[in-house]
Design a protein around this ligand. Structure first.
Ligand code: GAL
Length: 371
């Protein structure tokens, strides 16, 4: 009898191990997990979204959550599918950095119906009241920093010549961040355009004309090549580039180099800013090519998101929310819906503070930068 019981118990244990009941449930979570959280990032092909995704995943896992992290290959249907699957798998919260901010209406509605809180990560989810929070940087301020980079780098308050020739690039038209970046930069540059200190020889200033779909650096490079060949002949020299994103800055500088900038007397490389503080741009800044970038520390954004998810899960009150800056185009009871937002600070990086703000803080190591 005793032997039969022991044997039966052993069989039961073997079955449990075989069925995977020992530590995981059907959703692949450890039994002691605080719950499954879905995290969706737009693409793996850009340096920052990898860092963002991993920072959020690691932070949540440290707190005991299980994380399903997906990258959407910059393909909208893929992203919609990933979110549908996460909802079906019973995630407890969704963290979403969208590709096209207005494309997720149905998924967000389904999430709300299932009681799943949604956090819009870095890029604002648009045209839907079913967005609980937005965690990002102050995107208008980031835009002002992009403009300020050109004011400083081209000494616009005391210009060496008149006019200083600029060409302007904006981000993806389907990404609401592009609006803040553009508006902030234009608000800084407009007075210099009005007073004749700055000219834009192509006349292409409107955001809809200077946008770069999906932030595609190759597309921006083509546009730069066209601008240079159409508007910059004789002694019209390009002095500066407004760029909202480091890969765009680098590809525009390549286009300039290809027609002699940086290697011909009287044609220095134009002053170009950027955003994201990617390794290639910091290297370029150290070498004296790209002039500056805006550092938005993905580690802080990740940490703020992790803290927010944890507070939501625990039912704690969230403080420090901005409740005026980010209407997302939806309305609730006839009033514009403003997404409660947590907004972080960004830093301009030039040669002068690479050491202090990039290396000393551990954002990139000297080795990564090849120093
Ligand atoms: C924006 C983001 C930028 C940059 C860009 C391209 O939404 O705010 O920092 O990463 O996308 O990915």
């Amino acid at each position: 009898m005793k032997r039969t019981v022991v044997f039966g118990f052993a069989l039961l244990m073997a079955a449990a191990v075989f069925l995977g009941c020992g530590g995981k449930d059907a959703g692949g979570q450890a039994e002691d997990s605080k719950g499954l959280i879905g995290v969706v990032m737009p693409t793996r092909s850009e340096e920052r979204w990898n860092k963002d995704g991993n920072a959020v995943k690691e932070g949540l896992e440290k707190l005991g959550y299980t994380v399903d992290l997906q990258f959407s290959d910059d393909d909208i249907p893929t992203q919609l599918n990933q979110i549908d699957n996460m909802i079906t798998n019973g995630v407890k919260a969704l963290v979403i950095a969208s590709i096209d901010g207005s494309s997720l209406g149905t998924q967000l509605e389904n999430a709300r119906a299932a009681g799943i809180p949604v956090i819009s990560y870095d890029r604002l989810l648009m045209q839907s009241p079913n967005v609980d929070y937005y965690v990002s940087f102050d995107n208008y301020k980031v835009g002002r920093q992009m403009g300020q980079i050109l004011v400083n780098g081209l000494n616009l308050d005391n210009p060496a010549k008149r006019p200083i020739n600029l060409e302007l690039f904006a981000g993806s038209p389907d990404d609401n961040n592009s609006v803040g970046f553009y508006q902030g930069a234009i608000d800084v540059l407009q007075p210099y355009m009005d007073s004749g200190v700055v000219a834009v020889p192509s006349g292409q200033i409107d955001r809809t004309v200077i946008g770069t779909l999906r932030w595609d650096a190759a597309e921006a490079q083509k546009r730069m090549e066209n601008l240079l060949s159409r508007y910059y002949s004789g002694n019209v020299v390009l002095d500066g580039i407004l760029s909202p994103y480091d890969p765009i800055s680098l590809s525009c500088l390549e286009a300039c180099k290809a027609v002699g900038y940086g290697s011909t007397p009287g044609k220095p490389l134009p002053v170009a800013g950027g955003q994201d503080c990617i390794v290639a741009s910091v290297k370029s800044i150290v070498q004296g090519e790209q002039y500056a970038t805006v550092l938005k520390d993905t580690r802080s954004l990740g940490a703020a998101t992790v803290e927010l998810v944890d507070k939501i899960m625990k039912g704690e009150t969230i403080s420090g929310l901005d409740t005026t800056s980010y209407p997302n185009g939806a309305s609730v009871n006839g009033s514009p819906y403003i997404v409660p937002s947590l907004l972080l600070d960004s830093v301009i990086v030039t040669q002068d503070n690479v050491q202090k703000d990039v290396i000393d803080t551990g954002y990139h190591s000297r080795e990564e930068l090849g120093l």
